[in-house]
Design a protein around this ligand. Structure first.
Ligand code: AMP
Length: 213
């Protein structure tokens, strides 16, 4: 089963992706994490991506497509996959379709939607572990010991692009670039709407039902 997780920044994709993929027994990848991994390793791709990410704009399509396709090829024959944060433009969706073959090659798209006010509140308080990528929130789910990840003890930090100005730009980019992708998959009748403005457990249950239906 091949699944795409779509939604605005702050919708909770990162919170749910690993668990949903675990339930499906398939590997998962978040395009944003792949870029951050490249930055951590100081590769040329990482340095290039940083200049876009810090401004809250999308990394150019061809660079992103090559990186994610490379991951897909390396993870073939594992019963499917879950993609988090890709595709984010119609060009990326077409490239994915072309490489996977008939239809869109994707079985289901889970679209988590959340009102914009809630997104801004979530993103501006979000903290991430630099080692294991666990997600926290200063107000809703703080770490037990300041600056330290509950899971692995790694350092938690606020992403540069979660600062106010970048957040607003990312939401605008989402509206212009990614919303058409939602309509694209809706027309293919493989999209399931999930209300993300709910308790984490409720959202998770809805996502699990959507992949089993
Ligand atoms: P995320 O972790 O999904 O919020 O992504 C962080 C940043 O990585 C985005 O604001 C973009 O700059 C970049 N990025 C992640 N996924 C993509 C994508 N599919 N296309 C272009 N840029 C992306």
């Amino acid at each position: 089963m091949r699944v795409v997780l779509l939604g605005p920044p702050g919708a909770g994709k990162g919170t749910h992706a690993a668990r949903v993929a675990g339930e499906m027994s398939v590997p998962m990848v978040a395009s944003g994490d792949l870029f951050r991994e490249h930055q951590k390793n100081d590769t040329s791709l990482g340095r290039l991506a940083r200049s876009y990410m810090e401004r809250g704009v999308l990394v150019p399509d061809q660079i992103t497509i090559d990186m994610v396709m490379d991951w897909i090829v390396k993870n073939e024959n594992k019963g499917g996959f879950l993609l988090d944060g890709f595709p984010r433009t119609l060009t990326q969706a077409s490239a994915l379709e072309e490489s996977l073959g008939a239809g869109s090659g994707i079985d289901r798209v889970l679209y988590i939607d959340v009102p914009i006010k809630v997104l801004i509140r979530r993103l501006s308080g979000r903290q991430v572990c630099g080692s294991c990528q666990s997600i926290y929130h200063l107000e809703f789910s703080p770490v037990k010991s300041i600056g330290e990840c509950d899971n692995c003890g790694g350092g938690v930090y606020q992403r540069e692009d979660d600062k106010k100005e970048s957040v607003l730009r990312r939401l605008e980019v989402y509206r212009t670039e990614t919303e058409p992708v939602i309509e694209y998959y809706r027309n293919l009748k493989i999209l399931v709407d999930v209300d993300g403005d709910n308790d984490v457990k409720d959202v998770e249950m809805t996502l699990m039902e959507a992949i089993k239906s």
